[in-house]
Structures are given as structure tokens and as C-alpha cells.
Write a protein that binds this ligand. Sequence first.
Ligand code: PLP
Length: 389
Amino acid sequence: MRIYLDFNATAPVAPEVQDAVARAMRDDFGNPSSVHAFGQRAKATLDEARSHVAALIGGDPAEIVFTSGGTESDNLSIRGAFEAARTSGRRRLVTSGIEHEAVLNTVKALTAHGAEVVTVPAGRDGIVDVDAMAAAVTPETALVSVMLANNEVGTIQPVQRIADICHQHGAWLHTDAVQAAGKIPVSVRALGVDLLAMSAHKFSGPKGIGALWIRRGVRLMSQATGGRQERNRRGGTENVPAIAGMGVAARLAREALDRDALSATARLRDRLERGILETIEGTAVNGAPDRRVPNTTNISFDGIEAESLLIALDLEGIAVSTGSACSSGTLEPSHVLRAMGLPQAFARNSLRFSLGSTTTDQEIDLVLTVMPALVTKLRRLGRTAAALR
Ligand code: PLP
């Protein structure tokens, strides 16, 4: 049996989504910008998907721009807002150290174009320091970018409070909600954000498709200049089949949230976490346990190189992650755990378990059976290697 506990990297595509993609590819091949019936049929598919995606986050369909995923949504938001703010002289970008690389590398790239970047730390609980944020946001700030839920430890950020700080200074707030949409109820109005990024493959939609919600009145410079698609905010013929799939995934995600289906995932996550902490010595949970998305736990294992444990688990058929998928495969310590002020050793010995709608009790039982012996073996090997050095 193979056990997949890496839903934050990507979630398996729901059967209804697969059907919607295949149907759109077969039946809705017209160009949605064409006036004839073929085009209008494809446009109707886009409109329906746009409504479902908007409903998932409490926005208006007209405020949704389809993109190629979370990375592009973050780029469009940050680059587009920075460029649009040029005329006002606002050149400061404020973000947090626990953001995804899609945000961190984008603000870094903008320093070459005159951006002054301020990176605010998080506490050991994995929550961005709001006081430090209040000190960093000034009348020169164009945009603040703070994620809604962290991809590695799952902590939910105080975005609403940060929105108030931003608006006192006339700055816009972008939130990367890639790991929040579909996992917790999200309302753009309640959060008070100006821009919100999503990615379909994190909630059982297709890969390579995402959306940016742009509050009405927020003006961004388009980053893909071309035709007038997506209300002039992203040129290029829309990926109709992927968008149809994202629409269905958004509808399914909202229905699951409405019937509180994720409390079952939280129960499994808590059982897994408790089981590991109780049966394996020298383990600790990273990130505030009471302020997390329901599917994620990040656990450190004293005296273990997380990559070795990941590989040992994979050989047992269990897929987990050492942090964000983009940096796994390298032995770089997690920048998220470092930004939380955890010692270097923690940043190297922590594993992320992320569950999903298909995770079962039987799978959790199996993981809990296998793990203690694996950890003991790796610790012994580590000690032997150290003695030989
Ligand atoms: N932002 C966060 C928080 C993520 O976890 C990810 C993906 O891991 C991304 C952005 C990038 O999304 P995509 O893979 O759709 O480009």
C-alpha cells in the first residue's frame, strides 16, 4: 500500500475534475474571445468556473483573473502593484520571512528595479510578528505580502490585523492563500485584503492553473501584455479545460467546507501527531497547534536528518515532505523554520505531514506502526557515523 501524506505539495485530482477537464477539452474547444457559438460556449464554461472560484473566497466573479498557478498569481500581484505604484513614489515592499519562494524571490528581484524590501520575522509559533509589521509599513509602502496559511507548518496568519495596518498607510495587502483556499473558510471581504492568490492543484484541481482575486478598484500593471483577455489584466487565450477543472474543484472544496468535512482530516492529523509524540522520544511540533489549517503537522525529530527519514519512509511506501516541495532534494535548512527563529538543527530535522480528503484511519495506523523503528534505526546509524568520524 502506498500512503500519500504530501497534500500541501499537491493533491490528487478529483474524479469530477478529471471529467470536467476532459469534457471541456472535447466539447468547449472554441476560443472564448470568439463571438460565434463555439467561442461563446467556451466563454460560458469560463464564466461558470469564475463564479465557483469567486464563491470559494467570497469575491465577485468579475474580480477573478485566471493565471497559470500560485506562482504567477503572486508575481502578477507583487510586480503589477509595484509598477502601478511607481507614479505615487511608493517603493517599499513589506513581506514576511515565512513566505513561499514565489513571493520571496519576486520581491528580491524587484530590488533591481528600485524596490526597498523589508522582511518581517515570525515568532517561534510560526505566526508573523504584527508589531514588527506595524513598524515596517510606512506611507512609502506600495504593497505588503503576507500569506494566509503557511505551507510548511500550516499556521494561519493574522491577515485581517495586517490589512488594517496597511490601510492606515494607504498600502495594499496581497495574501498568498494557496495553502488556505479549500482548507479553511476564506472571505476576502472579512479579511480586508486587496489581492489574493490561489492555486487549483492544492485543492484537487489541475496543475498549472490558478487565480488572482483583485479587489474592484485596485489597479495593477499587466505582466503578460497581449490581447484583452481577463479584462486586460492577463493577455493570452485562457486555458479553458484547466479552468473548467479549477471551477469544479472550487465547487467541491466549498461543499466540503460547508459540510465541515475537514474536521475528519483534522481528527486524523491530530491522531497522527499524538501518536508520534507519544511513541517517539525527542519529537516536537513546530508552529502554533491551535492556529493551523486542519491537514498539516510539522514535527522535528532530535538527532535525525529529515531527508534520511523522508527516504526511509518512501521506501516503506509513505510519502511526506521536508518542507516546501520546491526546496526538497536540496539539503538547505527550511527557510520557514529559520525565520521562526528555530535553531539550524531544527530546520534540518523536521518533516511535514499533510493529509487530505482521501486519507484514512488505516493509513495513519500504518504510519504509526512503521515510524518508531525507522527513527530508532536512523538515530543508531547517526550515532555510529558520528563515532567513526
Ligand atoms: N504559494 C504557496 C504558499 C505554495 O505552497 C505554493 C506551492 O507550493 C505556491 C505559492 C506556488 O503555487 P504553484 O505551484 O501553483 O505555482
